[in-house]
Design a protein around this ligand. Structure first.
Ligand SMILES: Nc1nc2c(ncn2[C@@H]2O[C@H](COP(=O)(O)OP(=O)(O)OP(=O)(O)O)[C@@H](O)[C@H]2O)c(=O)[nH]1
Ligand SMILES: [Zn+2]
Length: 363
């Protein structure tokens, strides 16, 4: 028995630490079924670290199959493609694989060689880690033998992964307090903190809705540009304000403010997507070129919070049928869908039309 064993971080805690490492540019070590790799996020890779990683073996650049499609590289798997790093590839070459900003002005000179066969589970998990760290989904990976020793001598985080690790949500209510708002003086803000070290989420309770009846609810995803800056590119700001106002008028409701900016890709990546939209790509194409799925959000978070607050049924304000399906699938009964169509204008007609055409939003 190790003494003070409870002081040792568990896998969820180590994953949170690994996320922070990758964001800073520090490589992490991943081990699974006797295989070990060292992985560094492309977005934060420095020339010095690239040099040393090359010294450890033959690096492979792992990207999502989505990004590989844009680069016309063969993925051989539905999750991840492994691009073989040419000997003369520098950090700029590597960055261009991950970042589509210059795809049109400086297309990659292919064809890119990719690995076929062999193990790619760790590569897929490493890419998933960069996604959850809200970085570009791309990692430089080198297979290593002496993982434990390298990690110990170089103070690197080691993750022993068994299978596709799904952290339990475990949203802990931290605090709530009265918050009079323009939409309702009877407001209350609740803070929920997930056990996985990621962003906190909020619930804004309007009035005191009875727990045993369906509550007027809105699942709102953070949109700094729309909610705070009044961006005209989307409908988020007006949707947020209208939802709160309707709850105020009804005297009761609950708005979940989920910190899943940019449909879960983070504000930096959303701005990368906006820059691609300025080059003519629509909202879905831009996500795909960056290597993301259309929507990387986890709506299960909303259900967890509602259950913790004591609700089991909602009248959900949304135009997104996926939100309804996900709520039902995660144990909250959606007795009614309440449309929330506001904020249409010259700058977002295309955006709303694309949501309807490609993402199934109801108009
Ligand atoms: N990646 C990406 N995210 C965007 C873009 N425009 C808006 N968003 C994000 O999309 C999300 C919109 O969230 P919601 O309004 O809650 O969801 P919705 O799927 O539109 O569904 P309803 O509004 O409920 O009908 C927010 O997280 C925004 O930050 C974009 O062009 N690209
Ligand atoms: Zn928005």
């Amino acid at each position: 028995m190790t003494r003070f064993a409870d002081l040792i971080p568990d896998l969820n805690e180590l994953i949170a630490r690994a996320r922070a490492d990758l964001r800073m540019g520090v490589p992490v070590v991943l081990v699974r079924n006797g295989r070990a790799v060292i992985a560094a996020a492309v977005e934060t890779l420095t020339a010095a670290r690239l040099r040393e990683l090359r010294g450890l073996g033959d690096p492979v650049l792992a990207i999502t199959t989505r990004r590989a499609e844009t680069l016309k590289a063969r993925a051989y798997s539905d999750k991840v493609a492994r691009v073989i790093l040419p000997d003369d590839a520098d950090t700029r070459w590597i960055a261009a694989i991950a970042d589509p900003a210059d795809d049109l002005t400086h297309p990659m000179k292919g064809p890119l060689s990719t690995c076929r066969g062999g193990e790619d589970a760790l590569e897929a998990q490493a890419v998933a880690l960069t996604k959850s760290a809200q970085l570009l989904p791309a990692v430089l990976v080198v297979e290593i033998e002496n993982a434990e020793e390298l990690a110990r001598t170089h103070l690197l985080t080691v993750l022993h992964l068994t299978d596709d690790h799904v952290a339990a949500l475990n949203l802990v209510p931290i605090v709530h307090a009265r918050l009079p708002m323009a939409a309702s003086e009877a407001g209350r803000l609740h803070i929920f903190r997930p056990a996985d070290g990621r962003e906190e989420h909020y619930a804004i309770e309007v009035g005191r809705p009875p727990r045993d009846k369906p509550v007027l609810a809105r699942l709102h995803s953070a949109c700094f540009t729309g909610d705070v800056l009044g961006s005209l590119k989307c409908d988020c700001g007006p949707q947020l304000n209208t939802a709160l106002r309707r709850m105020g008028e009804a005297g009761a409701g609950v708005l979940l403010y989920l910190n899943q900016e940019g449909r879960g890709i983070g504000l930096a990546n959303k701005m990368r997507a906006y820059s691609l939209q300025d080059q003519g790509f629509d909202t879905v194409e831009a996500n795909h070129r960056l290597g993301f799925e259309d929507d990387e959000r986890n709506f299960g978070i909303g259900s967890e919070i509602l259950k913790t607050m004591g609700f089991s049924a909602v009248r959900l304000m949304t135009n997104n049928p996926r939100k309804v399906e996900m709520m039902q699938a995660t144990g909250i009964d959606v007795v009614e869908r309440v449309p929330l169509k506001v904020g249409e204008g010259a700058h977002n007609t295309e955006y709303l039309a694309t949501k309807a055409r490609k993402s199934g939003h109801l108009l």
